[in-house]
Design a protein around this ligand. Sequence first.
Ligand code: UD1
Ligand code: MG
Length: 476
Amino acid sequence: MTGHHTTQHAQSHSPAASTTLSSTESISLLSLSLACIGILANTFQGDGEPLIASLALSGLAFAGTYALIRWLGPTFMRSGLKGVDMSKQTRRELPECMGAICAVVYLLVVIVFIPFPFYKDIVAATSGGGNRDVVLRVEEVQRGRFLHRFPHGKLASYLSAIISLQSIAILGIGDDLFDIRWRHKFFIPAFASIPLLVVYFVDFGVTSIVMPIPLQPYLGELFDLGPLYYAYMACVAIFSPNSINILAGINGIEVTQSIVVALLLAFNDCLYLLTPYPHPATDSHLFSLFLLLPFLGVSFALLWYNWYPARAFVGDTYCYFAGMVFATVAILGHFSKTLMLLLLPQAFNFVYSVPQLFGLVPCPRHRLPRFNKRTGLMEPSVTEWVPERQPKPAVAWMLRMLGRLGLLMVKVDGDGKFVETSNFTIINLWLVWRGPLREDRLAGEITAMQAVVGLFGLFVRHRLALLIFKEDNWGL
Ligand code: UD1
Ligand code: MG
């Protein structure tokens, strides 16, 4: 792409490369948008058909994001939002924080979507829509229009989701602008989740978990976690965004992992919509789809630019935003354990990172794999140990242990002193196992691993669950 035919000394991208859409792109995006608008207009003839409206709006979200990233990339760079792609032969600066565009388009789309799922209710509650209820009987005057029939609770869930996502977008953009310290930003998602937790408290209030059969004789069929359940959900909100942000550093990986998780969550939602009888959880899974489909729309557009060789970076905004979309649907849909199954690679990466996150092993600003300019391949990046500064005995024992288990690359000199150890991320570990790989191959393999683990997780969730729980709530 641009990088290959610019000279060695080119400071940055070739400026004329890409601020406008080609005519093919314009025509495709325009046709897609027109088709989506047509579909959207059509939904008003029936009951509002919210699922179809959501699909159409997601198409619009894709087209909008695709065009805006192209148009605004250079503007972002001019205001300093740019980053160097560290794994390329030539030094290239790319627009950073493109996730902000995704977040804004996404938020606009879910706001525009608000009337659709409530279309039927609005019509029912206002006797035919708008202000047309001219004749009121005395007993109805007190209650105004039939607004007591309107599902305010559902609207509250939806609005709380929007507030949470807006808060996290602000945090993400702030972080991309000012590089907030890790320990300062870590807990902010918990605050962003407060609207969700309040709605959860009012709407569900379920704080008990179903016990596996072997434990039932001791703890009963349901075990009430009480307030701890809220702490647990706040932890989900902290974990999900942060864990996606640290499984990062090679072109495309932030977006592909999010797309895989979103697709699997949407697939899981569809299972509930396809049950032969109306399932009690149908509504929360529909709700989840309404939030996931536009997310997929903006993410695919972003992936177009972020896949190898990247023409734009996603920024922390995208990682936090993606994580919060998942936390939101999981909390309000009451399926946070399913989400955890889908985030197993992130969980592993998080736990694996602990020695560096907590400073037992020095943690450089960047832990992304090292680009070998000679071979053009990615290799594990390392922490170097000088003879004067060796790890403490307990840490040294742990490093040797991990090395022996094949979970770390460890190099020692003749005296048994540490020379270097690979950085503690799943991406580096993958390279330790697989040997040097080209960047896109590496991203592809990790994404495939995410998909396989996630599918297996869902399988366990729905099939094997029957072995240790009395029933699977999918009910087939
Ligand atoms: C997290 C990771 C860090 C990793 C970084 C890469 C932890 C604790 N932090 O930090 O180790 O190096 O993400 O995103 O695990 N970049 C590339 N190629 C890419 C993606 C990013 O070179 O494909 C570089 C660019 O210079 C870009 C920068 O990484 O500007 C973005 O880093 P940022 O997202 O700010 O890092 P953190 O999220 O703080
Ligand atoms: Mg980041």
